[in-house]
Design a binder for this molecule. Structure first.
Ligand code: SF4
Length: 303
């Protein structure tokens, strides 16, 4: 009998991206320093929003965000110092009553929180479980034709390029969250995206899309089939990794591009302890292998 496969919602959504990238990331445990820092900033903003939607004051929400940032980066005070003003500016901008703030948030909207940071752990097939956290379940009212139960995801990475009208209703994470929420007894009628990013200045926006359930069922069927396939793969894919089909449509912003461009490096990388370190690109790889690998210049591809 095969062991139980537990996948996070982040892994599960990779079905819609590149399978090979998913294996690099989750089976070979390659990470970048940059992604770790992005992650800490996003977690801090999420902690502030969870506190806010839990009914606490603005001060409490800001404090929760700073505490989360420090907890995520315990050995990097310089990064904490750099990210703290970004996080505080963004949250202050979002939570402020100033009409200039969050013009796209519709300050007339009424929101009743049902739950924040709702965790789920659901068996989707025999010996396959999906775990995750849903940011916000709420009831909202914007107008008589725009109201109801919504599942909200806070987006804090500008890399997502999340914009209204860009097939947003296909976003895999939300499809999975809506399905999980319904399994837990809260059947949402709307997707809600709450976008908070720092560009030159804080930028916030919230938008909605009605939920079309057949799309979710189709996605879940595909994703469960994928999980069944993954369940049969070896824990350490090693040399099979480059036999797994990639998805060129995703390559442009992929952090593993150098490994796909130079397949001869991949086996060496995955067989060394180096794979457990944070992957910073080919130059770090050369250093780790005493400059014996990777003679081609790929500086333009540095993640
Ligand atoms: S570079 Fe392209 S094919 Fe390779 S892992 Fe990334 S998205 Fe997949």
């Amino acid at each position: 009998m095969s062991a139980t496969l537990v996948m996070s919602s982040t892994q599960f959504k990779s079905v819609e991206g590149c399978l090979r990238a998913m294996l690099f990331r989750f089976r070979s445990r390659l990470r970048t320093v940059t992604s770790t820092d992005y992650f800490a900033r996003g977690c801090a903003v999420h902690a502030g929003l969870a506190t806010h939607y839990d009914g606490k004051s603005v001060d409490d929400s800001l404090l929760a965000a700073v505490n989360e940032l420090q907890a995520r980066l315990p050995n990097n005070p310089d990064m904490v110092q750099e990210l703290t003003p970004q996080v505080l500016d963004l949250l202050t901008f979002y939570l402020s009553d100033d009409p200039k703030s969050g013009a796209t948030l519709d300050k007339e909207e009424r929101v009743n929180t049902i739950a924040v940071e709702n965790t789920f752990d659901i068996e989707v097939a025999p010996d396959i479980r999906i775990i995750g956290i849903i940011d916000h379940l709420k009831y909202f009212h914007r107008s008589n034709s725009m109201k109801g139960k919504a599942i909200e995801d806070h987006k804090t990475s500008k890399r997502g390029g999340l914009t209204y009208g860009s097939n947003i209703e296909y976003e895999p994470q939300q499809l999975l969250y809506a399905w999980a929420a319904r399994e837990m007894g809260f059947a949402p009628e709307w997707f809600s995206w709450n976008v908070l990013v720092t560009t030159k200045q804080p930028y916030v926006m919230r938008f909605y899309e009605p939920i079309y359930w057949p799309r979710i069922h189709t996605y879940m069927l595909r994703a469960i089939n994928f999980a069944k396939w993954l369940q049969k793969q070896p824990e350490e894919p090693g040399e099979i990794l480059l036999d797994v089909p990639g998805n060129p449509g995703q390559c442009r912003s992929c952090m593993f591009r150098q490994l796909c461009d130079f397949p001869q490096l991949t086996d060496v990388l995955l067989q060394s302890d180096f794979r457990r370190e944070e992957y910073q690109g080919l130059s770090q790889f050369r250093k780790a292998t005493n400059g014996t690998q990777g003679s081609n210049d790929t500086s333009s591809n540095t993640p």
